[in-house]
Design a protein around this ligand. Structure first.
Ligand SMILES: [Zn+2]
Length: 463
């Protein structure tokens, strides 16, 4: 096995021990990848870098070039399907993860070996154990199971510790709730939006979640931001703690999870939780988005990842585009040494929007819509209604003189093409010409009203 990362020792290292551990594993990683991956060999040769040059962690962050999604896509396009970053033989690949969406921006391909599959479980294993799940407990996983990493990570972790995972993503809400009752669930995995939606559905079915699921130990959410207070309010509705897990396909496994510490969210009230990062699995940096220089604790930066043990598709200094603030682990009262960020507030440097756990780039929708010369402008609105239903509306303005029949068929085509490219269903509607604001900035075409929506759902449940 490549690392004893599940041992209690690994998660109780001091910062000093952790620095030595990082240097040791980063050096091994660079040697292995240099020997096996033509993509990285070329990238580093262009930067005049050989793994032997890395003697300290500072050398690593100063000398090793960062990589982006575009670098990986270019590599895949020139050497399909895995790219030259593949560092194992194809016979060793036994699972593949694709990032969400099938857009022009592209889906990254991540190959996994058997060791990678054990690694993919690790972050969630730590999380599931920390919230008290035991062999035989029933976990209801509502995320779609396909080629996306998220649900598979949870599933592998459940298998490893003997938790009975029900992958219910394909069922409608009512069927999911019936399964939760029938098998007396102990754990629920969902996006924050869907936790709200399920609470409303329960109410419509005459169920009070905190009574109907008396053996529910915890809910784990991921993939979306939420308003301060939302966790506490939903915890009251469901009668159990809600934890937040941070993940990323590039990282191979969960990146971190919240501890029990709650601190004031500042203005506007409520509390926020600390999301500690699994630094024994991943080397994490925060950099200035413009200059690429490291930022200090407490300053906003872009998260850069190097999973230490990824085998088939190594990821070395990957710029995630996630906007975070890192804090030193020791400043949290829970006793973890691992650095943390503020849960529920992770934003993006680019204009990517997470919708129903899928990553959607406005550019993808722009490309589809503006391929029709009849359309003059559009806006996208992501919202949650008071019953917790997530809606995406695409509002189109047509040019003068487009016949009504043409408009109708065009709107239908636009909706279908968007669904094919993004895997998200969007409602396409016409608005009168001149309604929409014109802007030079593409991302301003999109408005995300989900946080106010989540607050509305809480008020609706209180009625
Ligand atoms: Zn903590």
């Amino acid at each position: 096995m490549f690392c004893d990362f599940a041992s209690p020792k690994a998660v109780t290292m001091t910062r000093e021990e952790l620095r030595e551990y990082h240097l040791y594993h980063l050096q091994r990683l660079l040697e292995r990848v240099y020997a096996n991956s033509a993509f990285y060999r070329k990238l580093w040769a262009n930067a005049g870098l050989h793994p032997e040059h890395i003697k300290t962690l500072d050398d690593f962050t100063r000398l090793v070039p960062m990589v982006t999604k575009q670098d990986f896509l270019a590599d895949q396009n020139s050497s399909p399907p895995y790219g030259q970053r593949l560092a194992v033989s194809e016979e060793e690949i036994c699972q593949v993860h694709l990032t969400s969406g099938t857009s022009g921006i592209g889906q990254e391909v991540y190959a996994l070996t058997r060791d990678d599959i054990s690694l993919e479980a690790q972050g969630w294993v730590i999380h599931l154990r920390s919230i008290g799940l035991k062999p035989g407990d029933v976990s209801i996983v509502t995320w779609p199971v396909a080629t996306m990493a998220a649900a598979l990570n949870v599933y592998e972790a459940c298998r490893e510790i003997g938790v009975n995972a029900f992958l219910v993503g394909i069922y409608d809400g009512e069927t999911k709730i019936k399964l939760m009752q029938r098998f007396d669930m102990n754990h629920l995995v969902a996006t924050p939006t869907y936790v709200s939606r399920l609470a409303v559905l329960c109410q419509e079915m005459g169920l009070n979640p905190s009574q109907a699921f008396g053996n529910l130990k915890a809910i784990s959410v991921a993939a979306e931001s939420y308003p301060a207070n939302w966790l506490e309010e939903m915890e009251a509705v469901w009668g159990c703690p809600i934890h937040d897990v941070y993940g990323s396909t590039q990282n191979a496994t969960a990146l971190g999870m919240t501890c029990q510490t709650r601190r004031s969210a500042g203005e506007g009230g409520g509390t926020r939780r600390n999301m500690h990062l699994f630094e024994h699995l991943t080397f994490v940096e925060a950099i200035d988005y413009e200059s690429g220089e490291p930022v200090s604790y407490g300053a906003e930066g872009e998260l850069v990842l190097t999973p230490l043990f990824r085998q088939a598709t190594p990821v070395i200094r990957f710029r995630t585009g996630d906007k975070v603030i890192l804090y030193p682990g020791q400043t949290c009262s829970c006793g973890s040494q691992f650095d943390f960020l503020e849960a529920g507030t992770i934003a993006r440097f680019d204009d990517m929007i997470k919708i129903k756990a899928a990553n959607v780039w406005p550019q993808t929708v722009d490309d589809i819509i503006f391929s029709y010369k009849e359309v003059e402008e559009y806006n996208g609105v992501v919202s949650i209604d008071e019953k917790g239903r997530e809606n995406v509306r695409v509002l189109l303005e047509f040019r003068d003189g487009v016949p009504e029949g043409t408009k109708a068929s065009l709107m239908k085509q636009v909706g279908e093409r968007i669904r094919q490219k993004t895997q998200v269903t969007m409602i396409v509607e016409e608005v009168p010409r001149g309604t929409l604001e014109r802007t030079l900035f593409k991302s301003r075409r999109w408005v995300d009203r989900r946080q106010e929506g989540l607050r509305q759902v809480v008020r609706y449940l209180e009625k």
